[in-house]
Design a protein around this ligand. Structure first.
Ligand code: FAD
Ligand code: SIN
Length: 561
């Protein structure tokens, strides 16, 4: 990257010594499945602070519908789940990450059920297992029909609230990760945060776990809640961490497409229960596209829908659920949503359209969740662990959050144990044991004098442009155009100093939008959920992770494992 994006180390000017100081052992940025699971493990050996920029219900986790994929049925096998994950990942999965998640997943699922999560069960009391696109077995655990995420979030929040060593700071926005200098390899030592009541604060931590979720809000059409503005990816990049595979943004095939309705997800589990996709003439077009028809991997379904929409002159397609028995009890959340728009799934077809859903790329980590910046661990949707490769298998991300969340928390907790070596394995630069003052950090940036800016206009222009040009079908020419445009907007948006989350989020969105577009331009092939109409096939020389680091003009690349 170059230009404006790499100039700013911090979003705001500050002097750490003049701000309130808070000290903890582990700082977890994010209170979704990954952050909460990490906090539970980290708290085994020390104090932990968890940040949530909104309330605890506004997370991608809470909005998850379909479920958690895990091998719990004796008829299913670990090898089958591994194979399905690797097939979906289109040549870019890192095999050790896949094996870790699939093998450790069932234990993590048993554990949350012991902690009080209530999965749906069949009349005999056995856990009911659903099936979703790309899975060759029934292995999706769900709760309250289509409200799995809300139940998982409830359970984890209750568990965390019962641990005295964990403090949750709600509505507390992390602006930037703190490093003692801008030298390469300078360790992360916590974060600078903003709370509407307490203002700016320095939270110093011996280990920082980034669990800040995804980036769906970068796109005009998205299934994601408003918190998904890529803050964690942007702050990690500014702190010197490497981002990987940013071109890979997964689009979900079916969101409700009605004027005036939010783009609510219509879960894939409904297709797992037998729903059909119909074109305008009532033809079930997926049967012509893939042997698994509506249950083909989700990029195949999304692209087939986009092509169908183009054939129909822009009109959406339909989801036919009329033959699904007990829709209202199996999918109560969606039934209630449809009712608000006078739609009855037993009688009416549901208008659907794809939308941006999941950020496959993220901060590159190793199998212990370590980024390449000392002291910074990354989990959940913010991480690129190599599990998903070039495309994510449905319902693998809640599982990933549970597994890698536990690993990150455990690694941080173990690091805090007295170790034989110097500094107990803490990042170099930490001021010492206990609560000694760390090195002072100063950010000296000055505001530009260009005057006011219509920030909401920048944000909505970016979102529209990402949808049109960096969406499901990309070309080199469109990507070059959008990169120039974002660079231009960045010149007069990134030089400003804002004092509230709307401004900071927009700056983060511009940075990550530019990296996604640059990664998509660099990847002159189609693979997984990245599709270039000018390069429609995968290329063997691109079967590598592309890596983006502050201060480097071109990406590095690393082979898959
Ligand atoms: P999140 O759950 O998104 O949590 C992010 C946290 O970070 C939030 O607490 C947020 O406040 C905090 N945060 C962000 N930025 C900042 C900041 N600057 N400062 C402080 N805090 C910050 N996956 C599945 O496996 N199965 C499903 O059925 C499924 N269904 C889905 C349905 C929908 C509608 C959506 C949107 C996603 C779905 N997914 C599903 C994907 C899955 O929900 C997410 O990938 C996963 O929940 C991400 O968890 P996370 O812990 O990484 O992040
Ligand atoms: C869905 O319920 O369709 C979403 C599942 C997922 O994104 O994993």
């Amino acid at each position: 990257m170059d230009g404006m994006f790499d100039q700013r180390r911090y979003l705001i000017p500050f002097r750490s010594s003049l701000l309130p100081q808070i000290f903890t052992d582990t700082l977890v940025i994010g209170a979704g499945v990954a952050g909460l699971r990490a906090a539970i493990a980290a708290a085994a050996h020390g104090e932990c602070i968890v940040l949530s920029k909104g309330d605890l219900k506004t997370t991608n986790t809470s909005w998850a519908q379909g479920g958690v994929a895990a091998v719990t049925d004796p008829a299913d096998t670990t090898e089958s789940h591994i194979k399905d994950t690797i097939v979906a990942g289109a040549g870019l999965c890192d095999a050790p990450a896949v094996r870790t998640v699939v093998e450790q997943g069932p234990a993590r699922v048993r554990e949350i059920i012991e902690w009080g999560m209530r999965p749906d069960r069949d009349p005999a009391g056995k856990i009911a297992l659903g099936r979703e696109g790309g899975h060759n077995a029934h292995r999706i655990i769900h709760a309250n029909g289509d409200a799995t995420g809300a139940e998982l979030q409830r359970c984890l929040v209750e568990k965390v609230r019962g641990i005295p060593a964990v403090r949750i700071f709600e509505k507390c926005f992390a602006l930037d990760l703190i490093t003692p200098s801008e030298e390469p390899g300078a360790p992360v030592m916590g974060a600078i945060t903003h709370h509407p009541k307490y203002g700016l604060q320095m939270i110093w931590a011996k280990a920082t776990i980034l669990a800040s979720g995804g980036a769906g809000v970068l796109y005009r059409e998205t299934t994601n809640p408003p918190i998904a503005t890529a803050d964690g990816l942007a702050m990690a990049y500014r702190a010197g961490a490497t981002l990987a595979d940013m071109a890979f943004v997964q689009f979900h095939p079916t969101t409700l497409y009605l004027a005036g309705a939010s783009r609510s997800l219509i879960t894939e589990a409904i297709r797992g229960a037998g729903a059909h996709l119909l074109d305008n003439s009532g033809h079930r077009f997926m049967v012509d596209v893939h042997p698994l028809a509506e249950l083909a991997p989700r990029d195949i379904v999304s692209h087939a829908i986009v092509r169908q929409i183009a054939k129909q002159g822009g009109a959406h397609v339909w989801l036919d659920c009329r033959h699904i028995a007990s829709f209202g009890t199996r999918f109560p959340g969606i039934a209630a949503l449809l009712k608000r728009f006078d739609l009855d799934p037993a009688l009416d077809l549901i208008p659907v359209h794809p939308a941006a859903h999941y950020m496959v790329g993220g901060v590159r980590t190793d199998a212990s969740t370590r980024s390449d910046v000392p002291g910074l661990y990354v989990v959940g949707e913010a991480a690129a662990t190599g599990l998903h490769g070039a495309n994510r298998l449905a319902s693998n991300s809640l599982l990933e959050g549970l597994v890698f969340g536990e690993i990150a928390g455990r690694v941080c907790a173990e690091m805090k144990q007295p170790a034989g070596g110097t500094n107990g394995g803490k990042p170099a630069g930490w001021g010492g044991a206990g609560r000694a003052a760390p090195v002072p950090v100063v950010s000296d940036i000055r505001p530009s004098d260009r005057g006011e800016l219509d920030l909401n206009d920048v944000r909505s222009s970016l979102r529209s442009s990402m949808w049109r040009n960096v969406g499901m079908e990309r070309t080199g020419a469109k990507l070059e155009g959008v990169i120039d445009m974002i660079d231009f907007w960045a010149r007069y948006t990134l030089d400003k100093i804002f004092d509230d989350p709307n401004g900071w989020e927009t700056q983060n969105m511009l940075l990550c939008g530019a990296i996604i577009a640059k990664s998509a331009l660099w990847r002159t092939e189609s693979r997984g959920c990245h599709f270039r109409t000018d390069f429609p096939e995968p290329r063997e020389d691109f079967r590598v992770h592309d890596l983006w680091r502050r201060g480097r003009v071109a990406p590095l690349s690393a082979p898959t494992e």
